[in-house]
Design a protein around this ligand. Sequence first.
Ligand code: ADP
Ligand code: MG
Ligand code: MG
Ligand code: MG
Length: 399
Amino acid sequence: MSQYRTFTAADAVEYAKQFGGVDDPSTLVSAEEIGDGNLNLVFKIYDNQGKSRVVVKQALPYVRCVGESWPLTLDRARLEAQTLVEHYKHCPQHTVQITHYDAELAVMVMEDLSSHRIWRGELVQGVYYPEASRQLGEYLAQTLFHTSDFILHPHQKKAEVARFINPEMCEITEDLFFNDPYTDHERNKYPEALEPLVASLRHDDALRIAVAGLKHRFFANAEALLHGDIHSGSIFVADGSLKAIDAEFGYFGPIGFDVGTALGNLLINYCGLPGLLAPREAADGREQRLSDVRDVWIAFAHRFLELAEAKTTDVAMAYPGYAQAFLRKVWADTIGYCGTELIRRTVGMSHVADMKLIKDEAMRTECIRNAITLGRTLILAADHIEDVEALLARIRQAV
Ligand code: ADP
Ligand code: MG
Ligand code: MG
Ligand code: MG
């Protein structure tokens, strides 16, 4: 029988004393619930010197930001812990370390990253981390290559796909990314002035067909173990360091979904900066975002190809030129999914600080309009953008 109960701060401290893996558990004395996410409880556990030592995260049996009316599987804690453990094996330098997981309580213990900051929070303030984009590309290449058919034995791959079946979390993505923004759904939220633009998305046949294709590939293409939600709020940064967290949407899906989600959040920031910063700083920030987009893709693609050349185990897939051919499809998917991320963050229900923090209403509306326009442009052009330089040219042209 399940012994699930929702943790209080005191429960979290007791749990950390038992399973926190600290040398001196008796020094752990207090906890603070710091979850700013939409779904879960996150406790920082402090010692008697006031230093935070470990983090305890617990899944709630419903969507936190909506309430008990929207129930949600506790199994997502397992999927998050196991995805991060798997990614840590392949890229320990850029993945948070999970040290303990408990299925009954839907709890995990992880390394404390208080020395880092959430990247989105930095991006909206114009704080630049010049190494972050290359590190993110490295994380994506290492985690996605090492969980793909390039290297897993076919039996192992099939067992892994089964282990990471994540239907309820996938359904959220299926609805929020690919359905809601293109229909008149009550969850959607956007400025009234943009109604004509949003309505035009619903009636754009080429767009709807392209989005259907992206959703179809999200259902069908089990290419690698995705993070599943790798936006700038799931990434911690510090000087010279980057760590991915919060992988409860992990499942085997199309590689371009992770890469596109990452790029989409950089471009949301690109679209929001004119409303967030003074003109000079905004212009600098936009150039940084474009070079971030270039660096993420180049770091990802170079490392992926290098790994494919060195480590591909499948004889057919090892044939020279195949990995390049595959990456061309990943590139087209990346641009398409990037476009859907821009639209679901502006038309759909999950809005982000890059837009929400813009104080001037007219400016905010214009920034959101630009993000929607860019998203649509990218979805429609995904199969026709040759390389990353052509992508940057398209972005400059569009907004
Ligand atoms: P959710 O799944 O509810 O979105 P997250 O895993 O994103 O939860 O965590 C919510 C917030 O808690 C993060 O934005 C961050 O501020 C904080 N947090 C999460 N993990 C850690 C960690 N390992 N160290 C420090 N703070 C963390
Ligand atoms: Mg989160
Ligand atoms: Mg549904
Ligand atoms: Mg989460």
